[in-house]
Structure formats: structure tokens, C-alpha cells
Design a protein around this ligand. Structure first.
Ligand code: BTN
Length: 257
């Protein structure tokens, strides 16, 4: 999808801990808008009219959710930046857990779940080689299932999980700090540290992986990720398959009833 240059109005601009934050009432997609902005800039919108999810899906972005994108530099050695989608997931999860939700977890690659319900999703776009746009959608006190009834029972919102959700400003400050921390960790070459943290966040589950390109599906056990961020899947024979993100179309958790 081409970057979107259409701004419906002038943003409010604030400085936040080394970041410049642009706040809009309404945009198509904060990720598309952020494509034009330099590193260490973030964009928040009250409403997105064309919010984008992973694998080309639509992302419901109704009022009272946090719709937010941060532009991070990805210069120098390219290897660490393949881990950025996972690092962004861990950054977001660590903020969510710190709000009094220690049971929140990750579903590969970077969905934030509480129980079986999705609280937040992350879309990382690489519009140019020198920067990545990390888009975070977090349900705060909005109700996506009212817009799309099919989401009923599938989504969670912060206001139903913690007594008093922080303000949007406080959430943004925490998320930017966590993204800065994880960016530094990747830049310093500590992929192993990230993988250790992620290991605890997946809660190792039975999953079914649909392979990209119509190559079938594998049932097995999610054993975490390797140092390059590839998914490690142990199949029924005990063999561990190493699946880079490009080979995975969908990962579905299997729950025993
Ligand atoms: C997913 O789980 O499919 C990823 C959802 C990402 C949604 C966020 S909301 C802010 C940013 N702008 C977008 O258009 N998408 C991301």
C-alpha cells in the first residue's frame, strides 16, 4: 500500500522524551502517515478511517482506542532489524504487564493477548531502508466488536481488565520508552537477551501453522524463536522446524476442550 500523504488537519505537536509526537483527530492510518516522517517521530490519531492490520487485514480503529505509530531508525547492520516486529511486541507486552496484567502474553509474532482475547496488535512497515514504522493498536475503552460483530469474544479492552486505565498520554510515554529501550537493545546486538525475554512471553502452546504459498499446515508445539526471529515448531515426530516469518501465513492456537 502506498504511503498516505493526506492529512485531514494540522496536528498538535509535542516533545516527549526524545520523541516528537504528532496528534490528529482523524487520519486514514497512523502507519501510512508516519511513512513521511523522520525517525523518533510518533503519530497518534483519535480515529483511523482505514486502519491496517497484518496480512492486509482491516483494523477497527474506533474512538477510545490507542492508535499510534512510532518511526525508528534502522541504519547500520541490517540483521538486528528483522527482529524489530518481535521487539515491538515485547515492548508493548512489557507495558501492558506493568499495568497490572502479569498474565498478558504474546501470540507469535506480536499479538498481545489476555486469555484467548486480543488486546493489542502491531504492524511494522518498512517504507524505506533507513527506518521502520511500528504501529500499535491497543483497545483501551473502545468496543471493536460493536463495529464488527464477528470480533465478539475475540477482543479485549483495557478498561475491562484494570480498575483505572492510564490516560492516553501516559500510555504513549510508556510505550515510547519501551520502544526506545528495545531499539537500543537490538542496536547493541543483544538479540539473545530479547529472545530470552520472548521465551517467557509465548507461554509455549499447541499451535497450527498454515504455511505460505499453499504449502499446507503443521500441527505442533511452539518452541519459541531462534536468534534470527524464525518460529521454532516441534511437530508430532519431535522434529523442530525452523520457519522464517515469510514461510508462515497464519498461526492459530489449539486449545484442548
Ligand atoms: C494486527 O494485529 O493485525 C496489527 C494491527 C495494527 C494496528 C495499528 S493501529 C496504529 C497503526 N496504524 C495502522 O493502520 N495499523 C497500526
Amino acid at each position: 500500500m502506498p504511503p498516505d500523504s493526506a492529512m485531514s488537519q494540522e496536528p498538535d505537536i509535542h516533545a516527549v522524551d526524545g520523541w516528537t509526537l504528532h496528534e490528529f483527530a482523524e487520519v486514514t492510518s497512523t502507519n501510512s502517515l508516519a511513512a513521511h516522517l523522520p525517525p523518533w517521530t510518533a503519530v497518534r490519531a483519535v480515529v483511523q478511517t482505514a486502519g491496517r492490520g497484518r496480512t492486509g487485514r482491516h483494523w477497527v480503529s474506533d474512538e477510545d482506542g490507542l492508535w499510534f505509530s512510532a518511526v525508528l531508525p534502522t541504519t547500520g547492520d541490517t540483521a538486528p532489524w528483522s527482529l524489530l516486529p518481535l521487539a515491538a511486541g515485547w515492548a508493548t507486552l512489557s507495558v501492558v504487564r506493568s499495568l497490572g496484567l502479569p498474565e498478558a502474553r504474546l501470540r507469535w509474532p506480536n499479538d498481545i493477548l489476555v486469555g484467548r482475547r486480543k488486546l493489542a496488535g502491531i504492524l511494522v512497515d518498512r517504507f524505506s531502508p533507513g527506518a521502520a514504522v511500528v504501529g500499535i493498536g491497543l483497545n483501551v475503552s473502545n468496543h471493536p466488536e460493536k463495529t464488527e460483530p464477528v470480533l465478539s469474544g475475540e477482543v479485549a479492552c483495557l478498561a475491562d481488565l484494570v480498575p483505572t486505565p492510564p490516560s492516553f498520554a501516559a500510555l504513549i510515554i510508556r510505550l515510547l520508552a519501551a520502544l526506545t529501550r528495545e531499539h537500543s537493545r537490538l542496536e547493541s546486538g543483544d538479540a539473545a537477551g530479547l529472545c530470552r525475554d520472548l521465551d517467557d512471553a509465548w507461554c509455549h502452546r499447541k499451535v497450527q501453522v498454515t504455511l505460505a504459498g499453499g504449502r499446507g499446515a503443521i500441527d505442533g508445539h511452539m518452541d519459541g524463536v531462534d536468534a534470527a526471529g524464525a518460529l521454532l515448531m516441534r511437530d508430532a515426530s519431535g522434529e523442530v522446524r525452523v520457519l522464517p516469518a515469510s514461510r508462515v501465513e497464519l498461526l492459530r492456537e489449539i486449545f484442548q476442550t
